[in-house]
Design a protein around this ligand. Structure first.
Ligand code: NAP
Length: 248
């Protein structure tokens, strides 16, 4: 029987590429999205046309009732959950912290941190052996920004990803005897639309000369690391981080 996987923020970028790779590995998928229904349904159509088992579900990961409804839809339509990729994330326009508003910090923390907490909580209820589940794997999308700090760009986002790092370690410890492994991937400069949301669509090309490998990364290169952490190939790996950053 195929494994059931929820990928948040699967309409585009790293989430969409992870969905394509996971489908190729035989997972049954729930593709979560927020605004971009057209992209999510195009991806769903392509996957189901290829014979893959998938549903899509619109939910804001930072809203408890929407997350709970999404997990109920997975229970009903796909069956017992085996994995979660906490991928949904947002940036706000580049700025020094001195010019940022509390409203912005709230948005950044709600999606990037609370969203991952809510999805992890619902996944644990279904996967933990203490709750009658059969175990599973959670992969969190952190960022190299958590280590570099993102000065003059988005210290708030970097701090939110720092929270994800602490959550990854804490949950790995909390769930180690409940059959759930928790790990994170830390992408560097990856070609996706997120940089345009930060106000600089060409950011990866501007900064790539500072990457030892002298290039930006592709979403599929991040997806490969996520798939390994989800799979039984990483069965003794928990509380770990994989940098996918060309050495930067
Ligand atoms: P992206 O292309 O901007 O895509 C973001 C995805 O998240 C979209 O599918 C979006 O859905 C979804 N999303 C945003 N807010 C949401 C919410 N509240 N509820 C549900 N879905 C929501 O981003 P990406 O570059 O692929 O990034 C994916 C993850 O990797 C993020 O966590 C990001 O922080 C992390 N990351 C990226 C980079 C990079 O260089 N790209 C580097 C380090 C870390 P809609 O399209 O439907 O709105």
């Amino acid at each position: 029987m195929s494994k059931v996987l929820l990928i948040t923020g699967a309409s585009r970028g790293i989430g969409a590429e992870t969905a394509r790779l996971a489908a190729a590995h035989g997972y049954s998928l729930c593709l979560n999205y927020l605004h971009n229904e057209a992209a999510a349904s195009e991806l769903l159509k392509a996957l189901t046309a290829g014979g893959h088992d998938a549903i899509m579900f619109q939910a804001d990961v930072s809203i408890e009732s929407e997350v709970e409804a999404m997990f109920r839809a997975i229970d009903r339509d796909l069956g017992r959950l085996d994995g979660l990729v906490n991928n949904a994330g947002i940036l706000e326009p580049q700025s020094d912290l001195v010019d940022m508003s509390p409203a912005r910090w709230q948005r950044i923390l709600e999606t990037n941190v609370i969203g991952s907490f809510l999805c992890a909580r619902e996944a644990i209820k279904r996967m933990s052996t203490q709750h009658g589940g059969k175990g599973g794997s959670i992969v969190n999308l952190s960022s190299r920004a958590a280590d570099l700090g993102a000065a003059h760009e988005y210290v708030d986002y970097a701090a939110a990803k720092g929270a994800i790092d602490a959550m990854t370690i804490g949950l790995a410890n909390e769930l180690g005897d409940q059959g759930i492994r928790v790990n994170a991937v830390k992408p560097g400069l990856i070609y996706t639309d997120i940089h345009a949301d930060g106000g600089e669509a060409g950011r990866v090309d501007r900064l790539k000369s500072g990457v030892p490998m002298q290039r930006g990364g592709l979403p599929v290169e991040v997806a490969e690391a996520i798939l390994w952490l989800l799979s039984d190939a990483s069965s003794y790996t928990s509380g770990s981080f994989i940098d996918v950053s060309g050495g930067r």
